[in-house]
Design a protein around this ligand. Structure first.
Ligand SMILES: C[S@@+](CC[C@H](N)C(=O)[O-])C[C@H]1O[C@@H](n2cnc3c(N)ncnc32)[C@H](O)[C@@H]1O
Length: 210
């Protein structure tokens, strides 16, 4: 569901970095591997995607999703982002909805930067939860450690030594039955009915290793 709702920001960002066949990538905090599989389809047989998650259950989910998509180039790894090490440098280090949950977002971003080859891109997409609205009222996500980490991303990417290539925010919105209402209900267990919903904007940041 998350993949459907936030598909547009993902597609825009991948186009902006110019993801190509043959690229090697890491999807950190891969979860069930929706993005890993999307990346694998784009990098093709010559490419590779490391799907890394600290939860060992994610490995099976990713392997299943990759097999269903015929993606032999997805390598599922159980590892904390704070300890990220890979057998090679990569062209793209990606994360989405990860940094709001980690203890220190900057530490994880620094690990992502450290696995980039020269000219490699860091692409992070994280929310500003409190900027979401239900009929004008702010949302909150008290269980996340850094629910508004998206608002800090541009500065953090520069602080880990990368060139800030681009950054923007996008928020899916809607009213009444539809994908936005269904997603919000999944997230909060509350049906927004006919309320006007602005989901938390996702801040995309693109950093580059010079
Ligand atoms: C909300 S899910 C996001 C999944 C996926 N990135 C997406 O956008 O659909 C967050 C994922 O991050 C993982 N995670 C949380 N803390 C982590 C850490 N410190 N290192 C690596 N993965 C972590 C969780 O296990 C979970 O699978």
């Amino acid at each position: 569901m998350r993949n459907d709702i936030y598909r547009r920001p993902l597609a825009t960002a991948l186009e902006r970095v110019g993801l190509k066949a043959g690229w090697h990538c890491v999807d950190l905090g891969a979860g069930a591997g929706d993005v890993s599989v999307a990346l694998a389809e784009l990098v093709g047989r010559e490419g590779r995607v490391y799907a890394v998650d600290s939860d060992p259950r994610a490995r099976d989910a990713v392997a299943k999703a990759a097999a269903a998509a015929g993606g032999a180039q997805v390598v599922a790894v159980t590892q904390a982002g704070e300890d990220l090490t890979l057998p090679e440098t990569v062209d793209l280090a990606y994360c989405r909805f990860l940094l709001l949950h980690v203890l220190e977002p900057k530490v994880v971003l620094a690990r992502m930067a450290s696995v980039l080859g020269p000219g490699g891109y860091l692409l992070a997409q994280e929310p500003v939860t409190s900027a979401g609205r239900i009929d004008g009222e702010p949302m909150s996500m008290p269980e996340a450690r850094h629910p508004d980490v998206g608002a800090l991303l541009p500065r953090l990417v520069r602080e880990v030594g990368l060139e800030l290539v681009d950054s923007w925010a996008e928020a899916p919105a809607g009213a009444g039955p539809g994908a936005v209402a269904t997603y919000l209900e999944e997230l909060t267990e509350v049906d927004p009915k006919d309320a006007s919903v602005i989901l938390p904007p996702l801040v995309t940041v693109i950093g580059r290793r010079s």
